[in-house]
Design a protein around this ligand. Structure first.
Ligand code: ACO
Length: 337
């Protein structure tokens, strides 16, 4: 038996979407926007919203089952769950335990991660650390969001409400012999945060800092909806992601022309600018935002699943995952194809 600590690899992925496809035209009249404005500023053409009977947990369950099937594993083989979301089904408990029950895998631990757009990479870093430390051998990592039930569908909310869709992505992360080069091998995740930007993108109602945590006046004023300083977030996202992706390329001595960029999908222009600044060719950048909108913690595992299933990743390709969002928080990692 090897005395080296194990490595970690992604052995399966899956995704799920809200059942209803919603076009820009459908939103435009209500929001005081237009298809042209939304496409030009964000790249989004459609997004998916849940239908009655669906929930954050049901999307996560569908994505998880697909990931387990892809990894050729049964749920009973899992050792732990890490669940990233900013839109849990309940204030508490978190969605991790709801998914655990739905999968029928009690009593394995279920950890909830609250890092918004970077949530999946924060969750992946925990799963990888558990595996390389020998704590667990097989971890399910999920990013799942239901935004549609919390959007301000009036002109007041248009800058935010055009962006978001409902969806989930999941991956199975497994221990592997670190000597063996296997597809899906994960390098360490590099994370960062800057709490001074917490109020650039936030939702503080209901919030325990307020007494009571939410009032009718708050609802009337729309304080229970997300607030975003869009331009500042855009600028910080381009700067930070370009810097972090360039650092990752240098750290691993990668040829950027061979890299595949699977970044968080918050605005097509952000990812185009990051790719240009880091010399990653445009045809090696995954764009799912046109069809799915911004699914926050779900966006990276959903895009990764698409890339794997459509064979957009060749064996040995360096796949760069990168996220930036509310917090402010960010993260990057490298997976070998
Ligand atoms: N339709 C039409 N007009 C609009 C809309 C809309 N949906 N939204 C805003 N406008 C108007 C504004 O009212 C403003 O009009 P004015 O000039 O008359 O005042 C004008 O368009 C420009 O508004 P901005 O907000 O400055 O528009 P911008 O070009 O910045 O685009 C956007 C807005 C798309 C939100 C952009 O700022 C962006 O993508 N920001 C980054 C988003 C992001 O990365 N978020 C982080 C991840 S999400 C997460 O973490 C949960």
């Amino acid at each position: 038996m090897s005395t080296q600590p194990p490595g970690a690899r992604i052995s399966g992925s899956g995704r799920a979407l809200g059942a209803r496809c919603v076009s820009n035209d459908e939103l435009a009249a209500e929001l005081g926007s237009s298809d042209d404005w939304i496409v030009a500023r964000t790249g989004i053409r459609t997004r998916y919203f849940i239908e009655p009977g669906q929930s954050n947990t049901s999307l996560a369950l569908e994505a998880s089952r697909a990931a387990l099937a892809d990894a050729q594993r049964n749920a009973s083989e899992l050792d732990a769950i890490v669940f990233a979301t900013l839109s849990p089904d309940m204030v508490f408990p978190g969605n991790g335990v709801l998914l655990q029950e739905a999968l029928g895998v009690a009593p394995i631990p279920a950890l909830d991660v609250r890092n918004q757009c970077s949530g999946f990479l924060y969750a992946l870093s925990v799963a990888r650390a558990w595996i390389v430390s020998g704590t667990y051998r097989r971890v399910l990592v999920v990013g799942s969001e239901v935004h549609s039930t919390g959007l301000d569908m009036s002109p007041r909310g248009r800058a935010v409400s055009i962006l978001f869709g409902d969806g989930a992505g999941a991956v199975v992360v497994e221990a592997v012999d670190s000597h063996v080069q296997e597809g899906g091998a994960l390098e360490p995740v590099r994370l960062g945060a800057d709490g001074s930007g917490a109020r650039l993108l936030f939702c503080d109602r209901p919030g325990a800092a307020h007494h009571p945590s939410i009032t009718c006046d708050d609802i009337e004023a729309g304080r229970h909806f997300a607030h975003m300083e869009g331009r500042q977030v855009f600028r910080r996202a381009v700067e930070l992601l370009s810097q972090e992706v360039a650092a990752l390329i240098a750290r691993h001595s990668l040829d950027p022309k061979r890299a595949v960029l699977v970044a968080h999908q918050s605005n097509r222009r952000i990812n185009e600018l990051v790719a240009t600044r880091t010399n990653i060719p445009e045809d090696r950048v995954l764009h799912t935002i046109e069809q799915w909108g911004n699914t926050t913690a779900g966006s990276i595992p959903m895009a990764l699943d698409l890339a794997r299933r459509e064979r957009r990743i060749a064996p040995g390709d360096p796949v760069i995952m990168a996220a930036f969002g509310s917090g402010l928080t960010w993260g990057t990692t490298l997976m070998w194809g």
